[in-house]
Design a protein around this ligand. Structure first.
Ligand SMILES: Cc1ncc(COP(=O)(O)O)c(C=O)c1O
Length: 511
């Protein structure tokens, strides 16, 4: 049996691929009918004028993908059911839909969201603009260009090639890849004075998942949860969605005010604070660091009242002056602290890798919560990260980035002072990749945000970070992901936005 096939010996496409494509097209168009016997490889090689091995290769692909069926002693046939059909939904859907009753005649019950769902649906949920401004001071991103992509991809290739397939699918590893947990335990002991056993570490998809698990495991609707005022929206929203009563705890230049906590919540007072969320290394958003005296005081208060402290240590690697103060989890002797770390600032937010360090009595319950949530975080990325840390790449990367961000920070300060003079006060500039500024201006906060956006600059007012009233003119400027030129250009445009004599907001939206 002869079957004409068009192939070109001058094409870049290999001959076996051309034969495969021709035959597949013929099958899909019906030129080669289902169930029809196809020429043998010998016949085909003769008719097309190519080596039999080349034809065999094309046939092997068609067989393995299910376009051909081979029967011993009888030959090769076009399959009766083609693989493409198995991937397509039925096209008889119109007939099915016709049999259903008219939608308008159906009695429908109003949709009833859970309390959690209702909070997520509420209007005060913060959205992101559809289009990002050209120069973005809004997101606390690291410099994405500086992500060590070459090293990362080499390590990834190494693991993909290792063929240790059991490593690619470990459903029992809810707590995370053991070598990574060992590496993190070593890192924490050295860099943060946190001494823990690797078993206490649970790998999660960034701090946000850590907060979600903490909330599920420890917070019931109506529980009082303390949160720094001003504080991190990601934490506020997680606790709020669970139905917690948020209790603002004020922050001054030494960090969270323990005297305030002691006066409001103690064993002798009727209200218990279940949990307190803090960012001691680099308070978000004010940038202050919790003094050692306050840390000790806070821990003593927590163990006396039984309050669990959630320590979010999201960017402590970037500190430009003085030695870091040990993490709360490092000086806690009362098992009061749950520590959260993330690789979002040190490496890349898109990796979605972070970790929890939990007291020993909470290991199992957190591991089960993680398993229920999403089984485990990406094991292949955990393997890469583990090598990245143990082979010294992370320390080198942090050293390099600290120097780079340190220079950007100086540039920010210089440019802010140069452009805004006495109209700006800068806070929290000693650490992190952002800084808090207060502008001396009459322009309402939302108005300045819009004016800046109209000039292609994104800035965030801190008013959404306060549960109560926010000071006027306060903004958090993230500079980690911006190049020098963008910093200068962005701040120059912000100055221009402030100098404009226009009002963009409707009168009632101004405060
Ligand atoms: C206070 C704080 N914690 C944690 C994070 C990082 O979150 P994630 O690890 O979920 O990316 C951020 C990011 O901006 C933050 O500001």
């Amino acid at each position: 049996m002869d079957f004409p096939i068009n192939i070109s010996s001058t094409s870049d496409v290999p001959l076996h691929r051309q034969i495969y494509e021709e035959l597949r097209r013929a099958i899909l168009s019906g030129r080669l009918a289902r169930g029809k016997r196809v020429p043998s490889t010998r016949e085909m090689s003769k008719s097309v004028g190519v080596a039999r091995a080349t034809v065999s290769m094309a046939y092997d692909y068609l067989l393995s993908e299910g376009y051909f069926e081979a029967y011993r002693g009888s030959g090769t046939y076009v399959s009766r059911q083609l693989p493409d059909e198995l991937l397509e939904a039925t096209d008889d859907i119109d007939d099915l839909v016709e049999q259903l009753p008219e939608r308008s005649t159906l009695k429908t019950r109003p949709r009833q969201l859970s309390q959690y769902g209702q909070t997520l649906q509420s209007k005060d949920w913060l959205g992101y603009p559809d289009e990002e401004p050209e120069i973005q001071f809004t997101f606390g991103r690291p410099d994405l260009d500086e992500f060590p992509a070459r090293i990362w991809s080499q390590l990834l290739t190494r693991h993909c090639r290792s063929r240790q397939l059991w490593l690619l699918d470990c459903p029992t590893k809810a707590r995370g890849y053991t070598p990574l947990r060992n590496a993190i335990a070593d890192y924490l002991a050295k860099a943060r004075a946190v001494i823990c056993e690797p078993d206490q570490i649970i790998i999660v998809n960034g701090s946000q998942q850590a907060l979600d698990l903490v909330t599920r495991v420890l917070v019931d609707p109506g529980d009082i949860v303390g949160i720094e005022e001003p504080g991190y929206i990601g934490a506020q929203k997680a606790f709020h969605a669970q139905g917690a009563k948020l209790s603002p705890v004020f922050v001054d230049s030494n960090g969270v005010r323990v005297d305030f906590l002691k006066s409001r919540y103690d064993i002798s007072t009727p209200d218990d604070m279940k949990l307190l969320y803090v960012t001691p290394s680099h308070q978000y958003p004010t940038g202050v660091s919790l003094s050692l005296g306050r840390r000790l005081d806070l821990l003593a208060w927590a163990s006396r009242t039984g309050t669990i402290i959630i320590e979010d240590d999201y960017d402590s690697e970037y500190r430009y002056k003085g030695k870091p103060i040990p993490a709360l989890a490092g000086i806690d002797s009362g098992a009061s602290v749950i520590y959260i770390g993330t690789f979002s600032k040190v490496l890349l937010p898109a990796l979605r890798l972070g970790y929890l360090v939990v007291p020993k009595d909470l290991i199992d319950v957190f591991a089960r919560a993680k398993w229920l949530n999403d089984r485990h975080s990406s094991l292949i990325q955990q393997q890469v990260l583990s090598d990245f840390i143990t082979e010294g790449h992370m320390e080198r990367h942090i050293r390099r980035m600290r120097a780079l961000y340190g220079e950007r920070r100086l540039l920010m300060i210089e440019a802010l002072k140069g452009l805004f003079g006495s109209d700006v006060t800068i806070y929290g500039e000693n650490a992190g990749i952002n800084m808090l500024v207060r502008f001396n201006t009459d322009i309402p906060d939302d108005e300045l945000v819009i004016r800046a956006r109209n000039l292609g600059v994104g800035i965030s007012s801190t008013r959404y970070m306060y549960l109560g009233d926010a000071p006027h003119g306060e903004y958090l400027l993230n500079y980690g992901g911006l190049k020098d030129q963008e910093i200068i250009e962005g701040l120059t445009r912000l100055r221009a936005a402030m100098d404009r004599q226009e009002t963009l907001l409707p009168v009632e939206a101004q405060d």
